[in-house]
Design a binder for this molecule. Sequence first.
Ligand code: ATP
Ligand code: LTN
Length: 340
Amino acid sequence: MVQEQKNERKKTILSGIQSSGDITVGHYAGAIRNWAALQHQYECFFMTADLHALTVRQEPVALRKRTLDVIAMYIACGIDPESSVLFVQSHVSAHAELAWILNCFTGVGECSRMTQFKEKSQQHNENVNVGLFAYPILMAADILLYQADLVPVGDDQKQHIELTRNLAERFNFHYSPTFTVPEPFIPPVGARIMSLQEPTKKMSKSDENQKNVIFLSDSDDVIAGKIRRAVTDSGTEISYSVEKRPGISNLITLYGVATGMSFAAIEEAFSGKTYSEFKSGTADAVINLIAPIRGRFTQLRSEPGELESLMKTGAEAAAARARRTLSKVYKKVGLTERPR
Ligand code: ATP
Ligand code: LTN
């Protein structure tokens, strides 16, 4: 009973990753490892954003498979399915329903200003659809449905959380307090892992050039090869400076994420060493991080029944929480009660 009361007072986290590609070390650094670190202090909801993935063309069979892969990867990275709710966004219809209501509270100008929209509409200029435009509104619905206090994400999602906060405040002001206004949690290290070949660009799972990206499913040899061939800078010094040495700085960040060492300690450990020695040290560190994750992932994916039952429990728990918020919202905006 005492335990129950304590749990009730826990604050809430919601976060997610789109199932638009395989999970990368960037997702691990910017998002998943922080979820794992925070999971026992908060009541947590972690989802696969499969509806968001539809904003760019997906191959249906691959999308279905990746949606399960993402959930399995969360667990392989240390998310405890016993204490966190893991679910698939499309399994909880309240997400799409709240998104519609929030659409009607969002200015076209607000969505046009979103950096991700501008970038993605250039990248996919053959298919600039309304879903891509309204993407951050669905993300706001994801967060607000669970009354999340904290949203742990990488640096690129800051602007979307700012929009979510504005929408929550707007709705609360127009009607009465309804939504918790969430805070972003952006980690001090690893909030933006950069591409290996173009270290001024974010490492992205949908990058056409696979050499840019380390996937958590990559084999040891593939990881070592990608790091060996990573672009470094003209120079010899192993010291962190994003402006002067973006390539080396990205590898220092990866080394720090993989080992937990501070930048100063890494610089000291490699002082006087060559770039090639540093790269092989970084490859070892990243392999030590990823190999056990990959092992657990393979094991989990070989037991589809378990994942499916977990998704069912997750969807039920998430839907129950989401329904409470959605009912309040429907009532406040003036929709008639559904006849029972
Ligand atoms: P895409 O690459 O397909 O455009 P994405 O990988 O940027 O998409 P998501 O998969 O939805 O987008 O990202 C999920 C989470 O992982 C977000 O919190 C995002 O900020 C974080 N993330 C993604 N890439 C990186 C990265 N390179 N460094 C740090 N965090 C990242
Ligand atoms: N838009 C996010 C993925 C995402 C998300 C969310 C993150 C969808 N819904 C809710 C946090 C909370 C992205 O990283 N591209």
